[in-house]
Design a protein around this ligand. Structure first.
Ligand code: PBG
Length: 337
């Protein structure tokens, strides 16, 4: 076995160019997906306090932002809608004139090459803030065998089918179901195919954990649950084998891309998914991951650029092909310089 002093790993770390030559993981704008929150109005740019640099945008402002993303060579953006009207079943989600379909149409018209992803979930559209239809005695689909307040799985699939077709019709390239509803990928695939949207891609939030790291997002999207939490349908953070089973199911149901979310606290999941599946993997560096870096940097406790890049390299190294990140624009600028 060759050892010190024959081997001196430090030789290869001596200069920036040497380090470039032996770098094992790449990070470029190719790997970035940015995120946007869209709401009704004109000229609206409502800053999100917990997510510095991000704002809720009206469609005209979202188009401006989309142009900037394209100029920075970022290939894709994911959209979240904040509707004016919410109700028990989130009907605004499948209104063809709803905020997300409007934004999709405007962005695809202005910047056709930008890949537009629609986050497909009910929580932004429901008054109770849960990711589907809730079992209540006054609901038409009330099931007395299941507890009150329970998220009705199969009834929710009908909403996801309708809304996915509406968003595809508006021009979404990718539908990204994020509710952890069992059977959501199959339901959406059939619905899209039936309507002729055979090339609309499904990026499934396959292993999405019930995470405290979503805190700032729920401010941004105005979608915190009004009772209970999402632990009855999102995954329990300690589970790895179950995550692989979730991914396997979504692959079998026809997912084109599978996602792990959050990212940095779940690198082991990303790695295991990479080793077990051939499909492209997306990782979501969620709002809490972003805000923690921003907050610590604002205090002068860490170097923002360095920590953000290091985090994204770690997520890539674990095996993610693409990363949804609120740092996308900044990273694109840093990588340029
Ligand atoms: C909708 C959805 C959430 C996020 C993405 N899609 C919120 C949630 O599940 O509570 C979180 C994203 C983030 O924190 O950045 N279901």
């Amino acid at each position: 076995m060759s050892m010190f002093p024959e081997l001196r790993p430090r030789r290869l770390r001596r200069t920036a160019n040497l380090r470039r030559m032996v770098r094992e993981t790449t990070l470029s704008t190719d790997h970035l997906i940015s995120a946007m929150f869209v709401r009704h109005g004109q000229g609206v740019e409502r800053p999100i306090a917990s997510m510095p640099g991000h704002a809720q945008l009206s469609v005209d402002m979202a188009v401006r932002e989309a142009r900037q993303l394209a100029e920075l060579n970022i290939p894709a953006v994911i959209l979240f809608g904040i509707p004016d009207e919410k109700d028990a079943t989130g009907t605004e989600n499948y209104n063809p004139e709803g905020i997300v379909p409007q934004a999709i149409r405007a962005i695809k018209e202005a910047v056709p090459e930008l890949v537009v992803i629609s986050d497909m979930c009910c929580c932004e559209y429901t008054t109770h803030g849960h990711c589907g239809i809730i079992n209540t005695p006054d609901a038409p689909c009330y099931n007395p065998r299941l507890p009150e307040g329970y998220l009705l799985n199969d009834e929710t699939l009908d909403i996801l089918r309708q809304a996915s077709v509406v968003h595809a019709e508006a021009g979404a390239d990718i539908i990204a179901p994020s509710g952890m509803i069992d059977g959501m990928v199959e339901a959406i695939r059939y619905a899209l195919d039936e309507e002729g949207f055979t090339d609309t891609i499904i990026m499934s939030y396959a292993a999405k954990f019930s995470s405290g790291f979503y805190g700032p997002f729920r401010d941004a999207a105005e979608s915190p649950p009004s009772f209970g939490d999402r632990s009855e349908y999102q995954m329990d953070p300690p589970n790895l084998r179950e995550a692989l089973r979730e991914v396997e199911m979504d692959v079998d149901e026809g997912a084109d891309i599978v996602m792990v979310k959050p990212a940095l606290p779940y690198l082991d999941i990303i790695r295991q998914v990479r080793e077990n599946f051939d499909l492209p993997i997306a990782a979501y560096q969620v709002s809490g991951e972003f805000s923690m870096i921003k907050a610590a940097a604002a205090q002068g406790w860490i170097d923002e650029q360095r920590v953000a890049l290091e985090s994204l390299y770690a997520i890539r190294r674990a095996g993610a092909d693409m990363i949804i990140t609120y740092f996308a624009k900044e990273i694109a600028r840093w990588l340029k310089s």
